[in-house]
Design a protein around this ligand. Structure first.
Ligand SMILES: *Cc1c(COP(=O)(O)O)cnc(C)c1O
Length: 231
């Protein structure tokens, strides 16, 4: 077994154990392998183990990887900050975008999603901890953004995403995830059909699963530590 195969198996086990520990249905949490800075060979090693969903943060880096792996039929998730001039390529080459935080970006993605493709799956990124360094809409602005995005013809609003500040304590890790889940429930009560909560990474995936994550985005635990700190 390669090291990536072994580490990926450990992440699947962590997810399954957290589902069990926190009373989540088996298989209710899926894994997006965050492959930023990883070479295609590392992605291939994960694909060989059955991993299908990959998350990328940087468009210039992602496009050649997506092209090289075209025949594998993988599912690509854009999880990084989005600049307006990148929306056309994101709308064309990705299946999901987790980091939509502004109306203008959502409008461009909807307008630029090629007609022959299914609507682009979108999560709205919420800045729970209110840190100015992290992108995301505020909890106050969320409902307005969500009700606009749900009307956009070429987007399929699937849920919410957050990227909270690092914290090593399980209880403290759970708090922002609980808040995101509550915001998600609030939108569902307004009649929006959301099915996805994208939260949890290498260091806090258990806390996120405890609070209802349906998608965890994990990089380091699968591929090893990255050359520079990317979060
Ligand atoms: C890098 C990244 C991840 C994965 O982080 P790890 O700590 O390496 O698991 C998840 N989500 C986003 C948005 C990221 O940029």
């Amino acid at each position: 077994m390669t090291q990536i195969a072994q580490q990926l198996a450990e992440v699947y086990t962590r997810i399954a154990q957290a589902e069990q520990r926190f009373g989540r249905p088996k298989g209710s949490v899926s894994l997006v392998a965050a492959s930023k800075t990883c070479p295609v060979s590392a992605i291939r090693a994960a694909v060989a183990c059955g991993q299908r969903a990959f998350g990328e943060n940087y468009l210039q880096e992602a496009l050649p990887k997506i092209k090289e792996l075209e025949t594998e039929g993988l599912e690509w998730h854009f999880i990084g900050p989005i600049q307006s001039n990148k929306t056309r390529d994101i709308a064309t080459h990705f299946d999901w975008v987790h980091s939509v935080a502004r109306l203008k970006i959502a409008q461009r993605l909807s307008q630029q999603r090629p007609p022959e493709l299914a609507p682009l799956n979108v999560c709205l990124q919420v800045n729970i901890s209110g840190e100015s360094s992290k992108s995301g809409t505020t909890a106050q602005e969320l409902a307005e953004l969500a009700t606009a995005v749900v009307e956009m013809p070429r987007l399929s609003l699937r849920g919410l995403m957050t990227l909270p500040a690092l914290n090593s304590d399980l209880e403290a890790q759970r708090r922002p995830f609980r808040t995101l889940h509550q915001l998600w429930e609030g939108l569902r009560q307004k009649g929006l059909t959301l099915d996805s909560l994208s939260m949890g990474m290498t260091d806090d995936l258990e806390a996120a699963i405890a609070e209802g994550a349906t998608l965890v985005r994990v990089g380091t635990a699968i591929f090893g530590s990255r050359p520079r700190k990317d979060r």
